[in-house]
Write a new protein. Structure first.
Length: 263
């Protein structure tokens, strides 16, 4: 009969390290609570599976390159009247992702575009999809340097093999003809195989003046809007509404100026 130490070695050889580390603890609980062999084995395997899932999440969240960890649980629908609870639930179910639909999330700064897109990206990772987050500025830099740096090639490979790509702050800055052409090539490669979430403070009708080339703009819009849903977020800036201040805040929300010391 194998000793506990031998059992642990065998489990680690079979690539069950978490279950091996929990073996002593679970054997004690099994004796105390009179678990059957089946219950003991089930609990050990569940611990191993949970550990693997947690490691998978941590790995893919890191690879996704989110600017912050902003899950959908933190998205307050009461502050964003342009999205109903039903629509929010439909977005969260990710059926649109299964069908390779794109989301165009528009609105002024601070209304929750990045929060919503990041939250959907985190939800997609939880459900087993590969996700990449990047800004327009960063993706243009990657496209321009892919021939000379291994990092850019590696990052672009992850982008083009992802199930969901989030492009944040699209059209935030003007790009030249060469950059617009590189961007079109990327969109063309993603078209039909990858869902894209785009956030922008400018509507598609204004993208031409940023891209500069009408033909390239038309080609990009044709691919992005073919299967898409456009969300127009409204309201006051969330950041300003919930800003932190070194002073106190009155009931009206106006910062209170510090009072001079008595005497």
């Amino acid at each position: 009969m194998e000793s506990i130490a031998q059992l642990k070695t065998t489990m680690k050889t079979l690539k069950l390290p978490t279950a091996a580390d929990a073996l002593n603890e679970f054997l004690m609980q099994a004796e105390e609570k009179q678990w059957t062999n089946q219950e003991l084995l089930s609990r050990l395997l569940t611990r191993e599976l949970n550990s693997r899932e947690q490691k998978r999440l941590e790995k893919h969240l890191k690879l996704a390159s989110f600017p912050e960890y902003l899950p959908l649980e933190g998205f307050d629908l009461s502050e964003q009247p342009s999205i109903s609870q039903k629509q929010f639930n439909q977005l969260r179910e990710l059926h649109w992702l299964e069908q390779a639909y794109n989301l165009i999330v528009l609105g002024p700064p601070g209304v929750g575009k990045t929060l919503l897109s990041t939250g959907l990206g985190i939800e997609a990772i939880r459900q087993g999809y590969r996700v990449q987050f990047t800004s327009m500025d960063d993706v243009i830099h990657l496209l321009k340097t892919q021939e000379i740096t291994r990092f850019s090639r590696s990052k672009l490979k992850r982008i083009t093999s992802a199930d969901l790509v989030i492009l944040d702050d699209l059209m935030f800055m003007a790009i030249d003809h060469h950059e617009a052409n590189l961007f079109f090539q990327l969109i063309n490669k993603l078209y039909g195989q990858t869902s894209i979430i785009i956030t922008s403070n400018k509507g598609p009708e204004d993208w031409g003046e940023i891209l500069g080339d009408p033909a390239i703009t038309t080609a990009i819009l044709d691919r992005l809007l073919h299967k898409s849903e456009v969300l127009n977020l409204v309201g006051d800036s969330y950041r300003l509404k919930h800003r932190q201040t070194i002073f106190g805040t009155s009931q009206s929300g106006v910062p209170i100026a510090p009072q001079p010391a008595a005497g």
